[in-house]
Design a protein around this ligand. Sequence first.
Ligand SMILES: [Zn+2]
Length: 69
Amino acid sequence: MKFFVPITMGFVCPMCNTYHTLTVELEQYLNYLSGELVQDAFPHMSPTDRERFISGLCPDCQKEIFKEF
Ligand SMILES: [Zn+2]
């Protein structure tokens, strides 16, 4: 039996100071803390959410920064 245990993380965007949250699975988060790479610990996380997790940048600011790519 496997349970999905969601944990919600809060971030303050370093560019615009917007507070935003990201919900991840506890087990995956523990994998991350034990040394797994973000993309291995959270294989289903979208690139935008991954960037939020790593840098705390909100989706709007990510669009600003990465729009030229
Ligand atoms: Zn922002």
